[in-house]
Design a binder for this molecule. Structure first.
Ligand code: ZN
Length: 428
C-alpha cells in the first residue's frame, strides 16, 4: 500500500515516534462522525459524489451513476455546503485527503452491506426475486455439503440460509468470493444469477493481489453495470447507500494501490476475536490481555525464526502428514487442505510431503501427488473464469508429480459437482 503522506514526528512521554497516516478505516457512521459530514442516511450522504439522494419507501436511494465526484479539494473548499455539518479537526492535518484517505470499508460495505442485502432480497424480497422454500432448502443443502471441504484458512464454515440473519462478515465474504455461484446456480433465476456473477467477478478482481490494481478499471465497469441493473432486478428502492457505493469502490483500490482486503476492517475484527478468546473472566480484562500477549511473545522468541511452522508426522512411519503456519495449512489426509494450484495452473492433490534439505523450512517442502488432466472454464459470464484462475477440472491422473513449495501458485478451495470439481484459488 502506498503512503501518500509525509512522515510526522509525534512525541509521547519524551519519546519521538515517526507516524504516517495511510488511511482511516472505519464504518460509515464513524466516517461521517470523524469527517463531520451528513450520515449515510442523509440526502447528501455519499462521500464520493455530489448527488442528492431521493426518499423512497422509507429509504434514501442514490440512483445516479455518473454524478460529479467529490475530491479532496472540493471537500476543503466546501463546494457542496449541504454535505458538511462542521469543521473536522482532521482537516488541520497537512496534506491529509478528507475524501481519498477515508476508503470505503470492504467488510462493512460489500460483505455486510451488499452481499447481505442481496441474500435478503432472495429470501424475503418481492415476488419477482424471492426464492421458494424448496429452492432455499436446496441452497442450504449445498452449503452444508461443503462444510468439511472448506480450507482451514477460513475461520468460519458455510451455514444454511435459515441462519443468514446471524451470519458474520467472514461468512458473507466466503459466499461472495467462493461458494455463492455453486450454491445458487439453477436455484436463482438466470437473470439474477448473471447479475450476481458480475459482482462475484468484480470483487474477486479487486481482492486479488495479482489483478486488483492492473484490472481495476474493468472491475469498475462491471460494478457500474451491476448497480445500473439493480433497479430493474430488485425494484426502484434497491440502490441504497452501500449498493450505490460499489461504483466508487474501484477508485479506492486505484488510489491505495492495494487490493480491497488490505485496507478493510477484517484484520481489526479478527484481532478482536482473538482478544475475546484470550480473556477468560470478567475481572481485570486489560491485565489478562497484556499477560497473555507477553507469554505468547516469549514463546515465539523461544521458537526461533521458523518457529511458526508446525510439522505433524505419523508416529509409526515418521511421514509428514500436515504442515502449517499462520498463513497456510497443507495436509495429505484432509481434502479441505490437500489441493494446490501450481504456477502453470495445474491443480495437484497432495498425497505425500517431505523436506528436501532443512527440516521445517517451508521453502524446502516437496509435495507429491497426482494432478487433474482436464480443465475448462467454470463460467464464461461476465468473463471467462480461466482469466481469474477459476476452473472446472476432472479426471485425476494415475501418475504422480513431485513439486517444490516455491512452485505453488495458490492453495485451492475445491468443490465436487457431479463428475467434475470446481477449483477456486484462495485470495488470502
Ligand atoms: Zn456517490
Amino acid at each position: 500500500m502506498k503512503f501518500q503522506n509525509y512522515w510526522r514526528r509525534v512525541e509521547v512521554a519524551g519519546t519521538v515516534h515517526k507516524v504516517a497516516i495511510s488511511a482511516i478505516i472505519c464504518d460509515a457512521p464513524a466516517r461521517a462522525f470523524l469527517k463531520c459530514v451528513k450520515g449515510h442516511t442523509g440526502f447528501y450522504g455519499c462521500e464520493r459524489c455530489c448527488q442528492r439522494g431521493v426518499y423512497l419507501n422509507s429509504k434514501v436511494v442514490f440512483n445516479e451513476c455518473d454524478a460529479e465526484l467529490r475530491t479532496d479539494d472540493t471537500f476543503k473548499n466546501r463546494n457542496q455546503k449541504d454535505h458538511h455539518l462542521a469543521n473536522s479537526p482532521l482537516e488541520n492535518i497537512q496534506n491529509f485527503g478528507m475524501v481519498s484517505q477515508f476508503p470505503l470499508d470492504f467488510m462493512q460495505q460489500v460483505c455486510l452491506g451488499v452481499m447481505r442485502r442481496l441474500l435478503l432480497h432472495w429470501i424475503k424480497g418481492s415476488n419477482s426475486c424471492r426464492l421458494s422454500p424448496r429452492e432455499r432448502l436446496g441452497i442450504s443443502e449445498r452449503l452444508n455439503s461443503i462444510r468439511n471441504l472448506t480450507p482451514s484458512e477460513f475461520n468460519r464454515i458455510p451455514r444454511g440460509l435459515d441462519t443468514v440473519e446471524r451470519w458474520k462478515a467472514n461468512e458473507f465474504r466466503l459466499f461472495l468470493l467462493y461458494t455463492g455461484p455453486y450454491a445458487v446456480s439453477s436455484y436463482v433465476k438466470q437473470k439474477l444469477y448473471d447479475h450476481f456473477m458480475i459482482l462475484h467477478v468484480a470483487i474477486r478482481i479487486l481482492c486479488s493481489n495479482e489483478m486488483a490494481v492492473g484490472h481495476c478499471e474493468y472491475a469498475k465497469q462491471l460494478l457500474h453495470s451491476f448497480v445500473s441493473a439493480m433497479t430493474m432486478n430488485y425494484g426502484p428502492d434497491s440502490v441504497v447507500y452501500n449498493i450505490h457505493n460499489l461504483i466508487h469502490t474501484a477508485d479506492d483500490v486505484k488510489f491505495m494501490s492495494a487490493p480491497l482486503q488490505d485496507f478493510s476492517c477484517f484484520p481489526f475484527e479478527n484481532m478482536l476475536g482473538q482478544i475475546k478468546r484470550i480473556i477468560r473472566t470478567a475481572n481485570n480484562p486489560l491485565s489478562q490481555l497484556t499477560r497473555r500477549l507477553a507469554e505468547s511473545n516469549a514463546m515465539c522468541l523461544g521458537e526461533g525464526s521458523s518457529g511458526d511452522l508446525k510439522v505433524r508426522r505419523d508416529p509409526l512411519t515418521g511421514k509428514v502428514f500436515e504442515v502449517s503456519n499462520k498463513e497456510i495449512t497443507l495436509s495429505t489426509c484432509k481434502d479441505k487442505n490437500a489441493y494446490v494450484m501450481l504456477k502453470d495452473k495445474r491443480v495437484l492433490r497432495i498425497e505425500e510431503m517431505h523436506f528436501s534439505e532443512r527440516d521445517s523450512q517451508l521453502s524446502d517442502l516437496v509435495l507429491v501427488g497426482p494432478v487433474f488432466k482436464y480443465y475448462e472454464n467454470y463460467f464464461i459470464y461476465p468473463c471467462e473464469s480461466s482469466k481469474l484462475s477459476i476452473f472446472k477440472a476432472w479426471d485425476i491422473s494415475a501418475s504422480v508429480d513431485s513439486v517444490m513449495f516455491v512452485n505453488i501458485y495458490k492453495k485451492c478451495f475445491v468443490i465436487p459437482k457431479g463428475n467434475h470439481f470446481i477449483v477456486y484459488p484462495l485470495l488470502h
